[in-house]
Design a protein around this ligand. Sequence first.
Ligand code: ZN
Length: 171
Amino acid sequence: MHCPFCRHPDSRVVDSRTTDDGTSIRRRRQCPDCSRRFTTVETASLMVIKRSGVTEPFSRSKVISGVRKACQGRPVTEDALAKLGQRVEEALRATGSAELTTHDVGLAILGPLQELDLVAYLRFASVYKAFDTLEDFETAIAELRDGRPHPHECEPGGTPAVVPVPASAAD
Ligand SMILES: [Zn+2]
């Protein structure tokens, strides 16, 4: 890529390292012309198509802030939120799809959030699945009591768009 300082059309990689979570590579580069250094980050492309039709890069921090809202007043630590964010991102990347919808992202959040905190899960699910009546909550609670996983119910027939991550892969 071009040097961001002098626009020289080439650069030399002086260091490469994979980030701790393994989802990206940071490269330290040096311009052979002006000798200045800069960093690039390489990740597998993962775009999210919003309901408005606008496409934006997947943001783990947006997932975490959405879940954090649902967790207000609940005994959920920042560390647990960070882990959830990582699991969600890994599950979405594991689909191999470069483009997802906000629906897919919400779906990937439901499973891990249900394990994390049931009250937060119900809050999140009530927004995500657009509960409008008390019966919707009662049904969701009854499902939780049954211990049956229902996060994929809203997928109209067919396979879930998102493959749940096995617990072992989340560590
Ligand atoms: Zn340069």
